[in-house]
Design a protein around this ligand. Sequence first.
Ligand SMILES: *Cc1c(COP(=O)(O)O)cnc(C)c1O
Length: 558
Amino acid sequence: MKGMSNILKYFQDPNSKDINRYIDMIKRLDSFVGKHVDTNKSRLNGEIECSYYDYLKECRLSYESKDPTEVFEELSELFKGAVRWNNPGTMININPPANLPAAAAGAYTMFFNPNFAQDMLTGNLIKSELETCKYLAELAGWDWESSQGIFTFGGKSTVMYAVKVGLQKCSQDIGKKGAKEDIFVVSTSQGHPCHAEVCDWLGIGKDNCLKMPVDEKGRIAIEESEKIISERIESGGILACILANGGTTIQMTVDPIKEVTEMRDRLARKFSLNYLPHVHVDSVIGWTWLFFEHYDFEKNPLGFDTKVLTKIRAMFLRVSQITYADSFAADFHKTGFCPYVASVFMSRDKTQMYGLGNVEPIELNELEYGNYSPFQYTLELSRAGTGPVSALTTLKCFGYEGFQKVIGSLMTVGEYIKAAINENSEFEVINNETEGFVTLFIIRQPGENIKYKEISDMDSESAARTAEYNYYFYLYLIDKQAKGECTFVLDYSEGYDKTKSGVKIGVLKAFPMSPLADAENMRGIINELFEIKKEYDLCREDFSPCEVLHKPRAFVCR
Ligand SMILES: *Cc1c(COP(=O)(O)O)cnc(C)c1O
């Protein structure tokens, strides 16, 4: 065919084992993107065009093929404003910088493009999934030989797996006939929003994801919950699954997992259920604390300060109760510092995993190359190998100790931020007790002496004023950031709380995720924050945000 060579050069020559063209393409793309990188900033430089409509209007796909270099130059425009998660001042949410060996191994894996639908399409590579899951089972204190894990497309889909296993347990025919009964799922008021969303996707309905009440620490209130669940069962409800928290996104709240399983057992006895409702721990963030299993908390070899050590230990003891649950999940793309996406759903009993596809379990000693076909029971059909390869690379590179250092360092920085912010009387940290590393805070007008706790009792007008003052400060920050006048990025948690008069209160949030954050660079960032606050107070009256990257919904919603 005429001109084929033009297109064939986009593929690796089967007669060559030279990978340099691949690496060279990455370098070429970087030569364009790199120009936008300012090592002092949280985002890549360059204007971000705000209206997608204006952008899309001008987009035309060419008829002719284009040279990759030309395409990379165009593509580099899209990297403008991209977030540099490794920057210590990038404190938005639980988005990690990808560790280099994991990103490299993941990118290299793409070159061979294995399909983790079944082992035949991956060669040995699928062992990376089996091996990672063995380590996770061991971290949970489970018998790795009878458990099974699977990589999937996100923390959200790990919850989907859990609820699906629960459905399978409570209603044998559900796979064939669909849900006929009044099925419900239990989460808590602190549970991730995706718990209810998953119930929607699975046809159970959001309203049938019951949000249990919590105690003052945000943990499930067992007694009250047991009553609510009992009432629902008495009126014909069928409990498929309990979703316990194993480290919530912001406050790192962990439910009393053992007590939750005991409550489940009591309910099963009381109502003579012919199945055990499934107990899953949504530990997509909290799982990494399991690496403190062998940490000598007495000798404290990594030298954490007392406060940090106490919090880590308390968190570890709570998370390690995962051992009592039926399943749990780990997001390597969160506290595992892997590139997206790398989520694992772990089932203590592998027959339940195979049951998802109605297939007979294969005994571990019979599982061998040629008969391992996860696609029979996974939600996905084609599955990427980048997640498992990145995850295993990270586990091996970091080891137990590496995870202890990374988590310990984020905890140390989190405590540092709280202490530093509390020193300024125009700031107030509102989550000093958290066992996570997020700092939530509010700001006050100069000379004002309102405490966060008092906002709750304010009349709606005063509360709204305080709320707006904080919200506009956040807008002021992103405005500065868009103009390149601010080196850090914070986040804002809208509707974090509600006053007695019904006004929604949002708070500012500093979520450090870079292992390269330390007291020294944080000092600089916090000083910058204090300076910007002074500046804001001077121009508060005239400020109207213009170049806003991300506009959260209005602060006050009534
Ligand atoms: C992030 C998160 C999820 C959703 O996970 P994705 O990987 O974003 O799909 C679920 N639960 C908790 C507690 C989370 O923090």
